[in-house]
Write a protein that binds this ligand. Sequence first.
Ligand SMILES: [Mg+2]
Length: 160
Amino acid sequence: MSYFKPDFLFEHFSDITMTWLDNNRITHIFSDLDSTLAAHNQQGSVQFEEWLDRLHQHNIQLVILSNNSQGRVDKFTEPYGIKGYGMANKPAISKIKGIMKEVGAVPETSIFLGDQLFTDVWCGKRLGMKTVLVHPVEPEHEPWNVSIKRKFETLIRNRW
Ligand SMILES: [Mg+2]
């Protein structure tokens, strides 16, 4: 079950501090969008904006990789001018490897951030990155299919 075991656990994305990122020599964060950086179909919060500002001050690039539509991703990223890819096909990695090349990222200095074991954590592991799992933002607003996945995730977590 180690395919799905994240390297690090944080409650919320904003708990990932610049000190922690610098200590781990992270230059790129590849992140899920829904339930990781914002609730489903919601825009970025003030907390997100502040965190993003700090990332930029530390020359850390945030790249969004979502299995949701490109339209959803564009709507979220537009106010910030950050890179985001919809239909990312996680946990498949061929498309994401191309994106890594495009932004000049290597696995050793990248992390994969997300709220789901079967898509985000597994994907990050397959890419050879360290993985960071966060608790879902506002889980009560999740679609039913995500709620079912959570139940399976709980089963797996209980076996770690
Ligand atoms: Mg998610």
